[in-house]
Design a protein around this ligand. Structure first.
Ligand code: GMT
Length: 372
């Protein structure tokens, strides 16, 4: 099939998932056309079946807010007409689903039917989309999509709770490329970060308030009193400056390193001993799943869709949002005994395998066949 994929090109989970999906589909022989404003971060290297179409939004003195959605809809029409596209799969409802609706109507006038699949990822529903600024348009464009999917059962429930829609929602969980993350740890790299064999604790996110990165630091500081350890903070975002300033002024904080945005997270995860994700909400928690694929147990909250991937007492532990004391105790439980740590590592990996490309991508292909 010829498939057009629209997503955010940044480090966010929705863009990562959309890009990995496109790459996996290309491997299976489909032609994939990414339409977005920048090359997606996970889209590197050459693949004969993958094409990238950049949406340009010209500036004009009248525009205080250049109309990206209009430029995107026009780009969709152009790509569909010139590349014989069979279907359009948009990730993250705002503004992709409404731009898709516009493109679909334009093409209909030209006598071409364009099936649209919208995949909901999280904040497009739970935070931004339900705000009344966007809600009428998001509700309408979800209802008008030919197929609507959500990345977890929890997100499906949240969607019905927050929007008056009757459209069925297919749950297709996110997936992970196991081979990409299950790499042998590079000893020299581990030595560089933890020269005295300290435990390596990792967190990766976009440092938004909802990720509660300060809780990561607090959990680590409690844990670090009992277990020699280092904390690696991966990513960047609005909360980073304040948290970095805090870590410069506190005791023990020499053990905390801010690595910023990292494209090669698959090189860092295999040398890690534990992943922390104390978010206030995660529709799914793709970052945690990638850690598990690298055999890293996860200490997280029990918010949103996290219980659909992290199994309490098996692949890691879950606590209520904000309970940093319990989360640090759980981290200590896993790290203080080598046998327990090994068991959690193997369990995490086995659980990640249930979300492997081979299990999930065919579910999208089945939807594509249905809609076309
Ligand atoms: O978590 C973020 O802030 C990024 C966000 C996005 O839309 O890119 O991630 C959402 O989608 C991911 C992929 O489906 C999920 O794994 C994340 O849990 C979800 N984030 C939230 O629900 C907060």
């Amino acid at each position: 099939m010829n498939i057009a994929i629209v997503c955010y090109p940044t480090f966010g989970g929705s863009g990562v998932l959309a890009t990995e999906l496109g790459k996996a589909l290309a491997e299976k022989g489909h032609d994939i056309h990414f339409i977005t404003y920048q090359q997606p971060v996970r889209l590197s290297g050459f693949h004969a079946n993958i094409f990238y179409h950049e949406v340009r939004v010209p500036t004009y003195p009248l525009f205080d807010f250049p109309p990206y959605e209009t430029a995107l809809a026009s780009a969709m029409v152009d790509v569909v007409n010139n590349h014989n596209i069979d279907l359009l799969h948009v990730h993250y409802a705002i503004p992709h689903a409404s731009a898709a609706y516009m493109a679909k109507q334009i093409l209909l006038k030209q006598g071409k039917r364009l099936p649209v699949i919208t995949t909901l990822h999280g904040t497009d529903i739970t935070l931004v989309g339900r705000d009344k600024t966007y809600s009428p348009v998001v509700t309408f464009s979800m209802e008008e999509s030919d197929i609507l999917t959500a990345v977890s059962e929890n997100l499906k429930e949240e969607t019905y709770k927050n929007f008056k829609i009757i459209k069925p929602i297919d749950v297709i969980h996110n997936f992970v490329d196991i081979n990409r993350f299950n790499k042998k740890p590079v000893d020299a790299f581990k030595k560089l970060i933890a020269p005295n064999n300290e435990k390596i604790i990792v967190h990766a996110s976009n440092f938004r308030k909802l990720k509660r990165v300060k809780d990561v630091v607090d959990i680590f500081l409690l844990l670090n009193k009992k277990i020699p350890s280092k904390l690696l903070l991966i990513g960047d975002g609005p909360e980073r400056a304040e948290i970095e300033a805090f870590t410069r002024s506190c005791e023990n904080c020499g053990e905390i390193k801010f690595l910023g945005k990292q494209e090669q997270i698959e090189d860092i995860l295999p040398i890690s001993d534990l992943f922390l994700l104390p978010s206030e909400y995660e529709s799914f928690g793709l970052a945690a799943l990638e850690a598990m694929a690298a055999e890293v147990p996860v200490v997280s909250t029990n918010a949103g869709g996290l219980p659909e991937i992290n199994i309490n007492g098996i692949t890691g532990f879950m606590s209520n949002v904000g309970d940093v004391v319990e989360m640090s105790e759980n981290a200590i439980k896993i790290l203080s005994d080598e046998n327990i740590h090994q068991t959690f590592k193997s369990n995490a990996f086995l659980q990640a395998k249930k979300f492997g490309i081979d299990k999930i991508v065919p579910q999208y292909e089945a939807l594509y066949k249905r809609v076309v």
